[in-house]
Design a protein around this ligand. Structure first.
Ligand SMILES: [Mg+2]
Length: 127
């Protein structure tokens, strides 16, 4: 873990306000983490480029542009391409998870969220 001076930052791109709130509350269990939230994909991509977060959590079903397109955008950006991106999706079939891994997501978390799983994965990516 980084010291107090060096906050970890996480960007969560998600159009469902209840999920945004839930994840924000879960992440409060990790010390020194700041979370940015974006409910629209375009805003999420802009925030990623502007702040270069340590980790991005990305919903798949988003308005206008899906999570795969957002991921592609990030992968095509020199500054953003090395940021770990975790998919968080209600699409929970094995083929969905395989598709996510093949697209380049670091991890694929399915909804409904398992708090313990989310914390474990996020903490492992921040180290
Ligand atoms: Mg959604």
């Amino acid at each position: 873990m980084k010291d107090k001076e060096h906050q970890n930052s996480i960007l969560y791109i998600e159009d469902n306000p209840a999920n945004l709130r839930l994840v924000e509350q879960i992440l409060e269990n990790i010390p020194n983490v700041h979370m940015w939230a974006a409910s629209e994909p375009h805003i999420g991509i802009e925030l990623a480029k502007e702040h270069l977060p340590d980790l991005i959590l990305l919903d798949i079903n988003l308005p206008g542009m899906d999570g795969y397109e957002v991921l592609k955008n990030l992968q095509n950006d020199k500054a953003c391409r090395d940021i770990a991106v975790i998919a968080i999706s209600a699409n929970a079939m094995p083929k969905d998870i395989l598709k996510g891994k093949e697209a380049g997501f670091d991890s694929y978390i399915t909804k409904p969220l398992n708090v313990k799983e989310l914390l474990q994965i996020v903490e492992s990516k921040l180290k």
